[in-house]
Design a protein around this ligand. Sequence first.
Ligand SMILES: NC(=O)c1ccc[n+]([C@@H]2O[C@H](COP(=O)([O-])OP(=O)(O)OC[C@H]3O[C@@H](n4cnc5c(N)ncnc54)[C@H](OP(=O)(O)O)[C@@H]3O)[C@@H](O)[C@H]2O)c1
Length: 241
Amino acid sequence: MPLPEPVPCHGTALVIGAGGGLGAAVAARLRDQACHAQVLALGRHTAPALDFLQADSFEPAARWVDAACGAAQAPLRTLVVATGLLHADGRGPERSWDALDADWLTRVFRVNAIGPALAVRHFLPLLARRGRVRAGFLSARVGSIGDNALGGWYGYRASKAALNQIVRTAAIELRRRNPEAVCVALHPGTVDTGLSRPFAKAGLRVRTAEVAAGELLRVLDGLDASSTGGFYAYDGRPLPW
Ligand SMILES: NC(=O)c1ccc[n+]([C@@H]2O[C@H](COP(=O)([O-])OP(=O)(O)OC[C@H]3O[C@@H](n4cnc5c(N)ncnc54)[C@H](OP(=O)(O)O)[C@@H]3O)[C@@H](O)[C@H]2O)c1
């Protein structure tokens, strides 16, 4: 599907999870496009830091974004949340119900669903109340319940399904504040990053983070308000819930 070129919006763009493979590429792409007045980046290693496992890190981070938008007289118009957890510290996605573990499930849900929910609470109210506004939350096709034919990966799948519901719910609330707003869940496809590397199988179509970032931003840019609350793949196709 042909997608339009980026629309200049002169506001601020914010990338959360900007230290990750896709987050860094999205931030770099937004800077290259130069269609925002500034591109802000937040992550566990920025100043201020934003760590989804530290609930008290949200407020200072949101204050910093608000102040930066005010100083540049560039309201927040684009938000990309590119955080996610599939494996860490020798733990990874469950192949079978035998592997279900409360601590790991809690951690996966905190990063993949609760953290983005708190990002909704702290950052969506900062989006401009008038004009073009976009929020994209990186989800995953495996979070689709309708598309689940293979099983496995309980925690990752379920936390991404929860994320999708949170994004849909937030989109409805955001639309009441700004009827032009677009707020969607995005599937980036299989991308060569630290998250996917241990699971990359021969024959799978793996793209670079740079290519994927360009595709994701073109999808986000090309959607209109009638698409808000949806779940879209990197090629612009809607995905089943
Ligand atoms: N790569 C793929 O093939 C693929 C496929 C489908 C969906 N996705 C989704 O795409 C998104 C980006 O993934 P990626 O491939 O770029 O993975 P990645 O390189 O591992 O990046 C993961 C990001 O999540 C952040 N993060 C992890 N734990 C966090 C925490 N406690 N608090 C705040 N941030 C935390 C990391 O922050 P730090 O920079 O601070 O480490 C990093 O920015 C994720 O939502 C992922 O589920 C990726």
